[in-house]
Each structure stands twice: as structure tokens, then as C-alpha cells.
Design a protein around this ligand. Structure first.
Ligand SMILES: Cc1ncc(COP(=O)(O)O)c(C=O)c1O
Length: 362
């Protein structure tokens, strides 16, 4: 039987999710996928349960109440918000809407691994730009722009490095990116960092009005603990929003998910509690990992990347943790063969991780 799949698909290296099981172990501590240790907010669970009674009806195709709730919280125009089944769906639709065979899509060397997948899906060439000290380099990105560039993906903060570009550096990019190139700024982890965690980080939702080629994506999978519900949203100019509405499925966000998303966005207690916990245990993990002799990459999201310096030490650390039932993330597929990434878990999980991480050999 010949392979009937579209040739573009054959270039795609499938996305590798964080490991979730250890053979022979029933209970594991999963710190491999940057998920919330608190689960879904109770308020959102109740709203989802209530929505189940009407789940025989199709959802609101325009997710209007959800968009209005998001717009109110972030002082945005609800008409310029598009919701998706996770931000992954929106990242993919943006490639579909704005690039095709023969075009180029710029991503950075240690950027989120979905970006090259999105490029290949539409037959575009991912142009992988070098970073400096595990941080995206605005000058290198600008230099990589060619006549064929249609889109630039950048996560801020980035996964798996946790590094970010400052407000000024994003400004430098926005000033240099030609208006015909779409700039997709992926703010999946912004909630952990916005509003002053560090002085020079800012969300760029508010810059969309000034830059019609900027689109900012957000997710409910991180601080809102709703990875399994599949909900993300983006904010862009009417031109971008129009393209996404044409491409998306009419019922791409279920009624249960919409109800949960409204409740979670209004639950400021949960948001504030999650942020405070994350700040405390991000510091705790950084300190403990450093004490064990590893070099960490200072991060502002909900995970810490650390360098084991050799592949043998990386494997030893990963194996030792797995023997204690703790799963963290190998990041060799991100061109980081000696690093590991650990997600901020509950207090107990963070302590167990710290106690079981072996000392780094010299
Ligand atoms: C940088 C980044 N963007 C987007 C996503 C996708 O999130 P979602 O669950 O909304 O599809 C992730 C998930 O880990 C991520 O790390």
C-alpha cells in the first residue's frame, strides 16, 4: 500500500509529550508537563458539572460569554479574541492561515517544539535561529527575516528554557518585523510572570492595537490547571481574527470547557494562590538544585531548567528520580542533551524532588 498521506506530513517529527508513567509503579509524581499542582479550580469544576446537564446541545460557536469574560479581565476588545482547543490549535491555525508551501517560518533554537511542527504541516520551512545563552536573540531573529518569511513564533517566557525577552527587546522586534510578517507571541506562561514578578517582563496583549501583525496567544493549561479541558485564546487584529474564524471548526470549544473557562477566569483567589505558590517554590527548586551542584537557568514561569553538564549525569539524575517515582522532563529534543526540566509541583512534591535529586558529580 503506498503512503497516501500528504508529503508535508512526512517531515513532521511527532510532538513528544512529557512522560507520565513509570513501568511497575502505580503512583508517580509527575513534574514533566508544566501542569498546575492544584488541579482545576473548584469553581471551574462546578461550572463544568453544571454545564454537563446541557451537553446534548451544541456549544455557543462564538464562545461569546467566555470571550467577554476574558476581555473584561484584561481590558481587551472581545471581538478580537478567538478561543481554541488549547493554544496549540490556535498556533496551528495561524500557520495554516498565513503560510504555505515554500514560505519560511522563523522559530528559535530552544523554542517550543510545536512551532516547527506547525510549519511542516503547511509545507513551510522552519528557519531555526540560534539563541544566546539559552535566550532568544532579537538581532538574530531580525537577520533571519527573508522575502519568504511569513510568520515568526516566539514564546515569552519560553518553554523549556524559562527565559524571556524584556519589554524593550520585544519592542525592538516589533519595530523591525515588516508589517507583512505575522509575529506570534506565545504567552502560555505569562500569568506567572506578569504584573511585576521581574521588573522588565510584561505581557504584550496591549500592543496588539498598535501592531496589526502581532497576535498574542494564551492558555488555560498552565496557571488555571485546565490542560485536560483544552482551552486557549488569542488576541489579534480584525484581519487575523477573521482568518482564524474562517479556519476553525464552528464548535471547537465545548460547552463544558466554555463554562469552566468563564468560572476560572473570574476566580481571582485561585489565580493569586497559584501565583504565590509558584513564586515561592520556583525559588525553592532553584535553590535546592543549585545546592546539589547543578547550574540552573533563571526562570520566571512554572518550571526550572538545569544543566547536568554531561549526558551521563543527566541520565543518572533522571534515572535516580524515576526510581523514586518522580518523573521530570528530558529536553534532548530541544537541542539540550545535558539538561533536565522540572515543573513546580505541590510543596510535598517539590520537597520529594529536592530530596531525591542526586548530587552532581564533578
Ligand atoms: C510555550 C507553550 N506554548 C503553548 C503550549 C500549548 O498549550 P495548550 O495546552 O494551550 O495547547 C505549551 C504547552 O506546554 C507551551 O509550553
Amino acid at each position: 500500500m503506498p503512503n497516501l498521506a500528504h508529503p508535508n506530513l512526512l517531515n513532521i517529527a511527532p510532538y513528544k509529550p512529557g512522560q507520565s508513567k513509570i513501568s511497575g509503579m502505580e503512583k508517580v509524581i509527575k513534574l514533566s508537563s508544566n501542569e498546575s499542582p492544584f488541579g482545576m479550580p473548584e469553581s471551574a469544576q462546578k461550572a463544568a458539572q453544571a454545564a454537563l446537564t446541557k451537553a446534548h446541545r451544541y456549544p455557543d460557536p462564538s464562545a461569546s460569554r467566555l470571550r467577554e469574560t476574558i476581555a473584561k479581565r484584561y481590558r481587551l476588545n472581545a471581538d478580537q479574541i478567538v478561543c481554541g482547543a488549547g493554544s496549540d490549535e490556535l498556533l496551528m491555525l495561524l500557520a495554516e492561515g498565513f503560510a504555505t508551501t515554500g514560505d519560511e517560518i522563523i522559530c528559535t533554537k530552544h523554542g517550543f517544539s510545536m512551532y516547527p511542527i506547525c510549519a511542516h504541516r503547511v509545507g513551510a520551512t522552519p528557519v531555526i535561529v540560534d539563541e544566546k545563552a539559552l535566550k532568544a536573540d532579537p538581532v538574530a531573529i531580525i537577520n533571519a527575516i527573508s522575502k519568504r518569511t511569513k510568520l515568526i513564533y516566539l514564546a515569552n517566557p519560553n518553554n523549556p528554557t524559562g527565559t524571556y525577552l524584556s519589554h524593550d527587546e520585544i519592542g525592538q522586534l516589533l519595530a523591525a518585523i515588516p508589517p507583512e510578517v505575522l509575529f506570534v507571541l506565545d504567552e502560555a506562561y505569562a500569568e506567572y510572570a506578569e504584573n511585576g514578578l521581574v521588573a522588565d517582563y510584561e505581557s504584550h496583549l496591549q500592543l496588539v492595537e498598535k501592531h496589526p501583525n502581532l497576535v498574542v496567544t494564551r492558555t488555560y493549561s498552565k496557571i488555571y490547571g485546565m490542560g485536560g479541558m483544552r482551552l486557549g485564546w488569542c488576541y489579534g487584529s480584525p484581519m487575523i481574527v477573521d482568518a482564524l474564524h474562517r479556519l476553525r471548526g464552528p464548535f471547537n470549544v465545548s460547552s463544558v470547557t466554555q463554562a469552566a473557562g468563564i468560572a476560572a477566569m473570574e476566580d481571582m483567589d485561585f489565580y493569586n494562590m497559584s501565583r504565590a505558590h509558584n513564586q515561592e517554590f520556583l525559588r525553592f527548586l532553584g535553590q535546592k538544585i543549585t545546592e546539589k551542584g547543578y547550574k540552573i537557568t533563571p526562570a520566571i514561569a512554572n518550571f526550572v531548567l538545569f544543566d547536568c553538564e554531561t549526558e551521563a549525569m543527566m541520565e543518572k539524575a533522571d534515572r535516580t528520580l524515576q526510581e523514586s517515582g518522580i518523573i521530570i522532563r528530558r529536553v534532548d529534543s530541544y537541542h539540550l542533551p545535558t539538561h533536565l526540566r522540572v515543573t513546580v509541583g505541590s510543596e510535598e512534591e517539590c520537597i520529594l524532588f529536592a530530596n531525591n535529586l542526586p548530587e552532581k558529580n564533578d
